[in-house]
Design a protein around this ligand. Structure first.
Ligand SMILES: Cc1ncc(COP(=O)(O)O)c(C=O)c1O
Length: 402
């Protein structure tokens, strides 16, 4: 059977993870995979999550099947959290999925079932896994420019220029807050402009929110959803609880489906459920039970929000310190990083520079020089800054022919 199996590229994120694990040098620094780390480099369970788990273990009486759409109270609690001002809740369906990736894949299957081989637009650069998910479901990818070539922030004019070519029936994936990998987000005015353009072109927004609460705040980070809803009667949202609740390995996410009327929403929801039944059948329960428990309790919600606020503040501090330290070594080049937000910063490094960082300095970054900012701490910052400055300086020298 398998002698002639074709070879496809390995997921770049797991490639970096494997290379870092294989590196036995004690001072190596892992800034690749996107998990939130504390000052000691750990990714601890949030206290609100532990407390919710204790309640669950005390009260859980059964592990019977939940059904393909998952836990109702979890879906309802997320809808209240993310869309508190929604006027016609019957036009919205929420389905629990295995992580945000599961939501993206169900959305992809649903879109391909509706329009086989349809076009889906991704930011360039995208989250690398977006590039794998949609073609695997049968959709065709199209890029829209996102960041200035000099990595100096969002290139909104280029984004609008590219998206002015979308056709009716195309889907446009938009990251809502803490764009992975660039850390560059749209402001309110830009969301209005973009929403109006996509509505005029009759394109479907597919929103992806995986860093809720880690860019500006829980409230501000989901404001673009309300803007999209002002201009569009139909949109999809893929939500991930991995980072915001620290539930990475519990695979906890949701797919939101909003359409023009309640009857259509029910039909589309049923088709999404049919795609799920043909795939993983049902989502795992535990993470969703934890989130539902937290959101149902004032005390646990408050605790969770405080923990999330602390993580975000730490990210902001680490980012400012990194910019300062890099600017001291190679002045003038890094100020744009200060305006990025969320878990990542993007340096725009070449594959050769990334290899040099890993091999010569034991510093592991994601594709394109994506840095997990939370992985920086007082012990490793100097190593990272020295290594980045060295490879960037070497490149400058080579370019100047020195
Ligand atoms: C932009 C984006 N979307 C979705 C996800 C999905 O996350 P998960 O499947 O862990 O919930 C991620 C995770 O890194 C992400 O960065």
């Amino acid at each position: 059977m398998f002698e002639s199996i074709p070879t496809s590229p390995v997921d770049p994120i797991f490639k970096v993870m494997a290379a870092c694990q294989a590196d036995l040098r004690p001072g190596k620094v892992d800034l690749g995979i996107g998990v939130i780390r504390d000052a000691q480099g750990q990714t601890p369970v949030m206290a609100a999550v532990s407390q919710a788990e204790q309640q669950l273990y005390r009260n859980q009486r059964s592990k019977a099947y939940l059904g393909p759409a998952g836990r109702l109270e979890y879906c309802q609690a997320l809808a209240r959290l993310l869309l508190p001002t929604l006027t016609e809740p019957d036009r919205l369906a929420v389905i629990q999925t295995p992580g945000g990736t599961g939501a993206l894949r169900v959305a992809a299957d649903l879109l391909n079932f509706t329009h086989p081989g349809g076009r889906l637009w991704l930011s360039d650069p995208p989250w690398v896994t977006h590039r794998a998910i949609f073609p695997a479901a049968g959709l065709q990818l199209q890029d829209y420019r996102y960041q200035h070539p000099g990595h100096s922030g969002l290139d909104f004019d280029a984004l609008l220029a590219d998206l002015s070519h979308v056709q009716p029936g195309d889907t446009v994936l938009l990251q809502v807050a803490g764009h992975n990998p660039t850390g560059c987000d749209l402001n309110h005015q830009q969301w209005h402009q973009l929403s109006a353009l996509l509505a005029e072109r009759n394109a479907l927004p597919l929103l992806d929110l995986a860093y809720h609460g880690l860019a500006q705040s829980l409230t501000v980070d989901c404001e673009p959803l309300a803007i999209i809803a002002q201009y569009h009667s139909q949109w999809l949202l893929c939500y991930s609880c991995s980072k915001s609740f620290g539930l990475y390995n519990e695979r906890t996410g949701a797919l939101f489906i909003h359409t023009a009327n309640p009857a259509l929403t029910r039909r589309v929801q049923q088709e999404a459920v049919n795609r799920i039944c043909a795939n993983y059948y049902m989502p795992p329960d535990h993470g969703a039970a934890v989130v539902a428990t937290i959101l149902a309790s004032k005390e646990l919600s408050l605790r969770w929000q405080q923990e999330l606020d602390q993580s975000r503040q730490r990210l902001q501090q680490q980012r400012q310190q990194l910019v300062q330290a890099l600017n001291q070594r190679l002045p003038g080049q890094w100020s744009q990083l200060a305006s990025q937000q969320g878990l990542f910063s993007y340096l725009g490094l070449s594959t050769t520079q990334l290899e040099q960082l890993a091999q010569q300095h034991g510093v592991y970054l994601g594709a394109g020089g994506r840095i997990n900012i939370s992985g920086l701490n007082s012990q490793n910052q100097r190593i990272v800054v020295t290594a980045i400055s060295a490879v960037v300086r070497a490149d400058h020298k080579q370019a100047e022919g020195v």
